[in-house]
Design a protein around this ligand. Structure first.
Ligand SMILES: NC(=O)c1ccc[n+]([C@@H]2O[C@H](COP(=O)([O-])OP(=O)(O)OC[C@H]3O[C@@H](n4cnc5c(N)ncnc54)[C@H](OP(=O)(O)O)[C@@H]3O)[C@@H](O)[C@H]2O)c1
Length: 316
């Protein structure tokens, strides 16, 4: 089978090569999946470059442990291991395999049956591949969202933000989206009530306060975010600069002792709540693509440069 393989960290366009490798044989608890669609995520951008360097503790010191990137997929079960009980050959499945590693940039992948779910028939393979990771970051982060709240999503034009918008609107919230100017028309078309260009306006300095802030790109101090929260407001970050995240975690714990404002950081629980997310909200991802597998190295670079809109989808 064909797979996109890299054996050394570096520029995605230089280190990733299409290679003919052995098709995996599923172990007793595994299913072999014919990959139909996959996506690009922040982890792929970090994994291939081995950056930030600290991530090499997780990805492999000096050289990658996982040599095929990709962590979200939809596909068809082609073979099952002897102890598989929940899936059968021919099932259409989707999921986020990041808990186990990577490997979806390939024609086939063998994974534990528990890491994928049966795809709802109303979702296309492209839509299904684009939901598990970003969708569950959005869903788990917005867990405490209430009806009719004033919400701000920072980094709103990417995978997480465009799905979070749909959940917030389902709760009749008024939603402000912050991202670069290039994405503002798309964000208005998707239904953000108000859009801010982060290069022009610092939302923490406008004097506006929000009941709920979802941040996909934390780049400011905990105290900036506190200023933008209403007295009982909640701020949840799903990612951003490591030093800022550490500050948010620390001050969030300290402030929780005497302040009603909450600062939290979400650690994703892969695939937890996936069926519920689709049945409650009928999520539709904004898709950038679909592209061809040969385009993946360039697309990882395109992702890293922030040029994509919504989720980049590749069809195998
Ligand atoms: N918590 C967890 O367990 C976990 C697990 C996996 C991933 N993550 C994190 O979750 C986030 C994933 O978000 P995503 O998939 O939606 O990413 P994405 O598709 O890359 O979207 C992020 C958006 O933020 C914008 N942006 C960049 N800098 C910004 C700034 N200073 N202010 C406002 N917007 C800015 C980007 O646009 P431009 O580049 O055009 O400016 C882009 O549109 C990442 O931070 C990732 O590291 C968390």
């Amino acid at each position: 089978m064909k797979a996109l393989v890299f054996t050394t960290y570096g520029n995605p366009k230089e280190v990733l090569k299409f290679t003919e490798i052995e098709k995996p044989i599923p172990k007793e608890n595994e299913v072999l999946i014919k990959v139909k669609s996959t996506t690009i995520n922040d982890y792929d951008w970090s994994l291939v470059r081995g950056r930030p360097k600290l991530y090499q503790l997780m990805f492999g010191l000096f050289k990658p442990k996982h040599t095929i990137p990709g962590m979200e997929l939809s596909g068809i079960v082609e073979e099952i291991g002897s102890k598989v009980t929940m899936l059968k050959v021919g099932d259409h499945v989707y999921g986020d395999i990041s808990e186990l590693g990577f490997g979806t940039f390939a024609e086939f992948i063998a994974v534990n049956e528990k890491t994928v779910k049966v795809k709802p028939p109303e979702l296309s393979f492209e839509q299904a591949a684009a939901i598990p990771h970003a969708g569950l970051l959005a869903y788990q982060a917005l867990d405490k969202l209430e009806e009719n709240q004033k919400v701000l999503i920072n980094g709103a034009g990417g995978g997480v933000g465009t799905i979070a918008l749909q959940i917030a609107k389902h709760h009749n919230c008024f939603v402000t989206g912050v991202d670069s100017q290039a994405k503002s028309q798309m964000m208005k078309d998707l239904g953000f009530h108000h859009v801010i260009d982060y290069k022009q306006t610092d939302f923490t300095k406008t004097g506006e306060q929000y009941d709920f802030i979802l941040d996909c790109k934390s780049k400011k101090s905990a105290f900036s975010y506190l200023k933008a929260l209403k007295p009982k407001g909640t701020y949840v970050s799903v990612g951003g600069d490591l030093t800022k995240l550490i500050g948010i975690l620390f001050w969030g714990k300290v402030l929780s002792l005497f302040n009603k404002k909450k600062l939290e950081i979400l650690a994703l629980k892969p695939n937890q709540g996936l069926e519920e997310l689709n049945s409650r909200f009928s999520i539709k991802s904004y898709i950038d693509g679909p592209y061809k597998p040969e385009e993946i190295p360039g697309l990882i670079q395109y992702f890293g440069e922030g040029k994509h809109k919504g989720k980049i989808v590749i069809n195998f």
